[in-house]
Design a protein around this ligand. Structure first.
Ligand code: NDP
Ligand code: X2W
Length: 347
């Protein structure tokens, strides 16, 4: 059994970590933090967890208590992990950060998109970007994992086979991606009131969303050398539902395409959490709800030169807490699917 700590246990990703770890056979959650709910039993706030965490109460973040854990998850807003990281790294704790604090490898670029200087630039180089389908070999030995964002997970998994094989023009990529409201977190905001979101659908952030540099960084990392730079037009949308992301991706073929269906099936044949659907399918967010699976379909309408890829995930699971646990499983040598094998929830 390893001991886990969660910083930010009352947010949506924090409570999703609790839900998933409740049935993980190798992990015991020893520390869970919340400044607002200090002293409150976890099961008083989240009755769905009764019977699982009856002894656990929220406490304020304390480096001494967190330092006794084998692994600490940060499920906190940007900037919190940066501030606490040097102390935890010094103590040898392994950290899985769900925030964007260590995802971008260039501190200046991070500062530009997040609107403040990076709080811990000296540790950026040691962070491994936690997309197992690309970096599994690096994740195993890492002390600090920067978990990908939700839109970046759905988008990168959808584009990877095309870019790795230099099949499309990397400078003309488009992603239209729509998220449920839990992607915005649990704190109150007028934009996310039921009466603002229900029966409506809108784009946002079209002038530039902070996930753009993260996605482009990831796409460039898999592009063969000398074939240009990945440039993406990324437009996020807000869907009137709670969980899920649907990304529709467009790319322009460079020449005659290979068998795209076979390409995707082969690329993800050994991936436990990427499912390539049969040709002609349209993945639905409900088919991945509460599960760690990404489901993908690829097509080439009218056999023209545009490839369309559809990629769905649950933003809180493969897009955040499930992927964080997948990373932890790899880091500690557990079966990668441990605690994550449950199928999606229907309806
Ligand atoms: N929601 C999603 O779909 C996804 C979210 N993420 C990222 O994961 C992180 C958490 O997101 P989410 O769960 O939605 O966020 P929430 O806003 O729902 O929760 C934030 C949590 O962090 C705690 N917290 C806030 N400020 C601080 C602080 N200064 N120090 C310590 N703890 C703090 C809060 O508790 P308290 O204030 O009581 O301490 C709360 O428990 C974010 O960085 C987000 O961008 C990543 C992928 C997907
Ligand atoms: C629907 C919604 O608002 N989604 C969030 C992104 C989700 C997220 O948490 O991403 P990070 O981990 O990178 O912050 C947004 O667009 O800001």
């Amino acid at each position: 059994m390893i001991k886990a700590g969660i910083v930010g246990g009352t947010g949506y990703t924090g409570v999703e970590l609790l839900r998933l770890l409740a049935v993980h056979p190798k992990v015991k959650v020893d520390v869970i933090t919340s400044r607002a709910e200090e002293g409150v039993p976890v099961t008083q706030l989240f009755t769905n967890l009764r019977g699982h965490y009856d002894e656990l109460a929220f406490s304020v973040p304390d480096p001494d208590r967190l330092g006794e854990c084998d692994v600490v998850f940060f499920a906190t807003p940007h900037g919190v992990a940066q501030a606490m990281m040097p102390e935890l790294m010094k103590r040898g704790v392994r950290v899985v950060d769900l925030s964007a604090d260590f995802r971008i490898r260039d501190a200046e670029l991070w500062a530009k998109w997040y609107g403040k200087p990076h709080g811990c630039p000296e540790l950026i180089g040691s962070a491994v970007y936690g997309l197992p389908e690309v970096n599994r070999h690096l994740i195993a030995d890492a002390q600090l994992i920067a978990c990908p964002g939700c839109y970046p997970t759905a988008t990168q998994l959808g584009f990877l086979p095309l870019l790795e094989n230099n099949l499309v023009d990397p400078s003309r990529l488009i992603a239209n991606a729509a998220s449920g409201t839990s992607g915005a977190g649990r704190q109150a905001s007028i934009d996310n009131l039921l009466s603002e979101v229900a029966d409506s659908f809108k784009a946002y952030g079209s002038a530039g969303h902070r996930h753009l540099p993260e996605i482009e960084q990831g796409l460039n990392a898999v592009l063969p050398k000398g074939v240009g730079r990945a440039q993406l037009t990324f437009v996020p949308h807000l869907l009137p539902m709670v969980r899920g992301i649907h990304a529709t991706l467009y790319a322009t073929l460079r020449g005659d395409a290979c068998d795209l269906q076979a390409l995707y099936e082969e690329r993800y044949a050994n991936e436990p959490f990427v499912d390539v659907l049969p040709a002609g399918s349209h993945p639905q967010t409900r088919s991945v709800k509460s599960s760690n699976m990404c489901r993908i379909a690829v097509c080439r309408p009218q056999q023209r030169d545009t490839v369309v890829v559809m990629s769905v995930i649950d933003n809180l699971t493969k897009g955040a807490s499930g992927q964080a646990i997948q990373n932890m499983n790899i880091m500690f040598g557990f079966d990668e699917t441990m605690g994550l094998a449950a199928p999606a929830l229907l309806p």
